[in-house]
Design a protein around this ligand. Sequence first.
Ligand code: ADP
Ligand code: MG
Length: 317
Amino acid sequence: MSEFSLIQQYFTRATPSAILGVGDDAALVRVNAGMELAISTDMLVCGTHFFADADPYLLGHKTLAVNISDMAAMGAQPRWATLSLSLPEENSSWLKAFSDGFFALADAFGVELIGGDTTRGPLNLCVTIMGEVPQGQALRRDGAQPGDEIWVSGKLGDAALALAHLQGRMQLRETDFKAVESALHQPQPRVALGLALRGIAHSAIDLSDGLLSDLGHILERSNVGAELHLQTIPHSAVLSNYMNQTLGQHCVLAGGDDYELCFTAPASNHARIDHISQELNFPLSCIGNIVSGNACRVLQADGTELKLERGGYDHFA
Ligand code: ADP
Ligand code: MG
């Protein structure tokens, strides 16, 4: 199969919201009046972000999900994506499953694939996503203020626990692994939450490298510090069995791959955020406060500070 028939067969779909989609030297899109274009790229590399034998359908899902998650974190409505692939071989069942997983999530979020690049090489998947946000309303990392409350969506740490099991660093019971596995393989981008937080949150980020590392980006960009209460950080029943060990604490605080949102908002918006949680039927937990200075302290139930060895995942650390 030629490169062009491969693109035609697996990656060409109708793109009614674009002026021009796959097939020309560039795609053409028009942003709605009053909107800014939010653009983000995330690359998944075989051996670094996923195992070579990863299920291709789930990989298609995750490749797009981690990008849509960046739109959610900006409070942007995801609209268009490009997909650049390097593939070691042309494997039609792999490509079919990968593109099915990719397009299932694209359809669920109204994202249209409008272009990309396809080459032979080590398996590498790179999406650029584009979304729209009303002028001046994006949720940025640099808006946190002392007095803000710090919130996270969903439950943290399950993906890291599933990964620890798969890497043989610990052994979960089969039923427990089944309960946490989907967090690792099928993250659900929190787009509705990001949209609801426009005008309510002062800052936001999505959790890809671990809570402390990602919250650390907000603190640095906003030039503030944080105080977190360990016992308020939401986690699953499976993870609760490990919370009195370094493993559980590490999964929740520094595990990575959560793809939940962490955001800060003035305390006066607390009730509105509880209301958003009810409307979306989805847990939002207040886990601490933004303070002046630049330290991030994690307090345990007895008020003592937890000392951690490392912050989160860093490819070059
Ligand atoms: P060019 O040689 O001009 O860069 P390509 O041959 O790389 O063009 O791509 C042909 C068309 O197919 C372009 O419109 C490009 O955006 C699209 N395309 C290539 N690979 C993919 C892919 N994996 N998914 C979606 N569109 C793709
Ligand atoms: Mg090209």
